[in-house]
Write a protein that binds this ligand. Sequence first.
Ligand code: ACO
Length: 402
Amino acid sequence: AIDISKLRDQSGFVTLDIGYKNTGATKSAITFLDGEKGILKYRGYTIEQLAENASFIEVAYLLINGELPTEKQLADFQYEISRHTLVHEDMKKFFDGFPSKSHPMGQLSSLVGALAAFNPESLKSGLTTEEVNLEIKKLLAKMSTVVSWIYKKSLGHPVVYPQNKYDYVTNFLYMTFAERTEDYKVDKVIVDVMNKLLILHADHEQNCSTSTVRIVGSSDANLYASISAGISALWGPLHGGANQAVIEMLEKIKNDGGDTDKWIAKAKDKNDPFRLMGFGHRVYKNFDPRAKIIKKACDDILEKLGINDEVLEIAKKLEEVALKDPYFVERKLYPNVDFYSGIIYRALGFPTEMFTVLFALGRLPGWIAQWKEMKENKEPIGRPRQIYTGDTTKEYIDIKKR
Ligand code: ACO
């Protein structure tokens, strides 16, 4: 095979693959994905095994450090993270400046970017491995606090300070849902489903936001800036924003009388920009293994919480019809992870606009692992080429004569 990177000096040699449909941008030892067979593995472990058995913080350790932790390593990791969950009080002044209705993703990308400013030690050049690892733990810790702040703001409630005695997910749920500190009990069923959801989102090789993190980091931008850029990339409805878009679509179909056939017809109509949100994937052309796991988790949690959600019935009907329809079958369009995640978040009490923020919380270890790998591999700055299609030379005309 030709090693294209070796051809860099041969000016004029440019491969064109808009959207990088068939172009690899890096070598990576983190996540394996077989879109035809519907296989997803983190560091060699299937997503099914991890979602069934592991905690989110254990998976974060695996992604970032390459191996599953021992009991002691996990306890140390959890302990060190819990020491950094407090966010500088001055950040609150900045946070308070957001209007109460500002979109949670806009708040999140700004707050994570601002963490660099509040951690000037992270900006030093030539950080040691230990210093980088410390910043990673700080980011993991502070992200959960900041996400809970954003949720509290959406309600107009005061923030709840972290409790170091809790594990990562329990502490997050505590800061998010506790109203009075003393008597709040986090429900184990909810902790379990939250762990599962975050694990399913934790990494997905070179997707749009992860590639963004790597490319921004490749300029030697700091960790917080790189992750903040990834959060912005995730916001788009064709990527992480799809989980919000799915619920909005299902609500719309419900309010329109629940006629799923009508909406399927719209999705197939090439003159209609409407797409069935939560369907299709750039890489999975058989099924999304995460969707299988999440669908079951969704049924379980709704049953356990005794929730009868009409929107879920519409989702099931849409899936049933679409899976038989030649348009979707021929194009290999199956429900993806976001088709179900929103229904669970909703059942847990999160407002729709928070869904993509929760995706970001889950994806954080993956982004960090990819950023770290890119640094360790000493990858060159990412800088794609182009095929120029604009005008050739033109003569400048004075503004008064144009
Ligand atoms: N509804 C209707 N038609 C669709 C859909 C959909 N959801 N997705 C793809 N198609 C059609 C396209 O119109 C195209 O048809 P054509 O060949 O007749 O022109 C064909 O299927 C291929 O679609 P592309 O857009 O070329 O596929 P691509 O790989 O570029 O896009 C994407 C993948 C962005 C996920 C797309 O399927 C989509 O927009 N889905 C809806 C949004 C969504 O759910 N995004 C979440 C992705 S998962 C994640 O980020 C976690």
